[in-house]
Design a protein around this ligand. Structure first.
Ligand SMILES: [Zn+2]
Length: 137
């Protein structure tokens, strides 16, 4: 990553109202350098390689903060398997249940027709679609 991209990512955090720390910047770099789907533990390992003093709590707290600020989407693939997605544009997912590979499906390739009637006082937050696939048998 060059200095320009580094500064761009710092600007993105500041614009979202997130104070910059060295560890947050390292976490943000790992997430926003290119679109990724990553688990908290994968991210922790990756960030520790460049900033070894990064704690698990810092990674989890930063992920929550980034999700709250709309920089990141949290995707529950299976119970106990949560992936963070740095592509916040509307899109769907293909999930290979054998390899665990998760790939984006552009929003223009699929559509969800209709939404369920919602109880009073409830509003739609988002619709997640995960198409589960496997290698042909
Ligand atoms: Zn995605």
């Amino acid at each position: 990553m060059n200095v320009f991209e580094h500064a761009e990512i710092a600007d993105r955090l500041r614009a979202a109202g997130i104070p910059i720390t060295l560890q947050r910047l390292a976490i943000a770099n790992a997430l926003f350098e290119r679109p990724v789907h990553v688990t908290a533990e994968q991210l922790l390992r990756q960030v520790k390689a460049s900033v070894p003093e990064t704690s698990r709590a810092t990674v989890y707290n930063s992920l929550k903060l980034f999700v709250d600020k709309g920089l990141l989407k949290e995707l529950v693939v299976d119970p106990g398997h949560v992936v963070f997605d740095s592509n916040t544009e509307p899109h769907f997912h293909l999930y290979d249940i054998v390899t665990g590979n998760l790939t984006d499906v552009p929003a223009d390739q699929m559509s969800v027709i209709g939404v369920p009637a919602l109880p009073p006082g409830i509003e739609m937050e988002q619709i997640d679609v995960i198409v589960r696939v496997r290698p042909q048998r």
